[in-house]
Design a protein around this ligand. Structure first.
Ligand code: ATP
Ligand code: MG
Ligand code: FE
Length: 333
């Protein structure tokens, strides 16, 4: 079964063709990051307009790269939420129209469940059950995944998301937006033990996160500095900040798996592109005889292959959307 996946929840317009839920025939991502860069964050109205311009070329390229035509598509899956409503509407409406015109089954995918499905597209897909940390620009969620359709939310951030913390600290250091990859690169040259930033475990047995205190601690550190920062100072701050984030993320993920009796842990979302995080969790997992599953690097951030993979399962289960269905900005609880 060949699924056309479409993603437009934030600032990436993406389309992918995936066969049988796991074989990626194409995955095209058109990012708007350059446009939003100068504003220091995503401007929703600009994002919507750019999705409108990009959607058709991106879908066309996905079909061409896969070497198929519209006739070969068996179903369509588009991100339904959470995300920016105006941005979501572009991809979701496109999928709706495409499926209606072609008489195809179609479905709306929860973006976060899409991120979870990105690990099934990796080299070593996790076996069920497992615990996964979804760390992205808008979320830091821990899920206990017990079946292809059961994602128990064990904990989440009470304030900033992990990726958001990376972005805000990068902004404070004058490194631009988005900040995750830049911080990681600088951190590799710095001393992670140089500054002892606070680790917010909240209740150590619990699974919620908080990153706003860490962000404020970095801001205070910068305010208290009298002399201008040298490149070495910036690298040390990046490394010390990243170390504080990794300590908490890895601890909570491993502890959640231990509590659930899972032998497999996984990472997903933009922050899972951080190789230092991957190394840390792999090490901590090995110490507990657990294994780590990661998405392919190209599928850590937003993409449509993960949406097609999740959509494949939903379409197979008969969980379809109707023409009067709409997008949603936040996950309904
Ligand atoms: P959500 O999925 O919660 O709706 P989003 O789709 O905007 O949010 P993603 O695209 O999954 O989020 O991830 C983007 C985030 O990942 C940004 O905050 C970015 O800074 C962060 N990120 C990307 N690469 C890295 C890295 N190497 N290290 C740390 N963070 C990173
Ligand atoms: Mg993005
Ligand atoms: Fe995302």
């Amino acid at each position: 079964m060949i699924i056309l996946g479409i993603e437009s929840s934030c600032d990436e317009t993406a389309a992918a063709v995936v066969e049988d839920g796991c074989k990626i025939l194409s995955s095209i991502v058109s990012t708007q990051v350059e446009v939003h860069h100068k504003y220091g964050g995503v401007v929703p109205e600009l994002a919507s307009r750019m999705h409108m311009e990009a959607i058709l070329p991106v879908v066309t390229q996905a079909l061409e790269t896969a070497g198929i035509t519209m006739d070969d598509i068996d179903g369509v899956a588009a991100t339904r939420g959470p995300g920016l409503v105006g941005a979501l509407l572009v991809g979701f409406s496109f999928a709706k129209a495409f499926a209606w015109a072609r008489g195809l089954p179609w479905t709306g995918v929860n973006h976060l469940e899409g991120h979870i499905y990105s690990v099934f597209l990796g080299k070593t897909p996790p076996s069920l059950p497992f615990v996964i940390l979804l760390a992205s620009g808008g979320h830091t969620n821990l899920y206990h995944v017990t079946s292809p359709n059961d994602f128990e939310l064990m904990g989440q951030t009470r304030d900033d998301a992990a990726g958001e913390a990376f972005d805000k600290v990068a902004k404070m250091l004058g490194l631009g937006y988005p900040g995750g990859a830049v911080i990681e690169k600088l951190a590799a040259k710095g001393d992670p033990g140089k500054i002892r930033f606070p680790r917010s475990y909240l209740d150590k047995e619990g699974f919620d996160f908080s990153f706003s205190g860490l962000k404020s601690a970095v801001a205070r550190h910068l305010q208290q500095r009298k002399e201008p920062l040298t490149p070495e100072d910036v690298a040390d701050i990046a490394a010390s900040f990243q170390e504080a984030v990794l300590d908490v993320l890895s601890f909570k993920l491993i502890n959640a798996a231990r509590v659930k009796g899972c032998r497999t842990v996984a990472l997903a979302g933009g922050v899972s592109a951080n190789t230092a995080l991957g190394r840390r969790v792999a090490k901590d997992a090995a110490a507990r005889k657990m294994t780590l599953a990661l998405p392919p690097l190209s599928l850590c951030g937003d993409n449509a292959a993960m949406i097609a993979a999740r959509g494949h399962r939903l379409i197979q289960d008969g969980t379809l959307c109707q023409l009067d269905h709409d997008v949603f900005s936040r996950t309904r609880v």
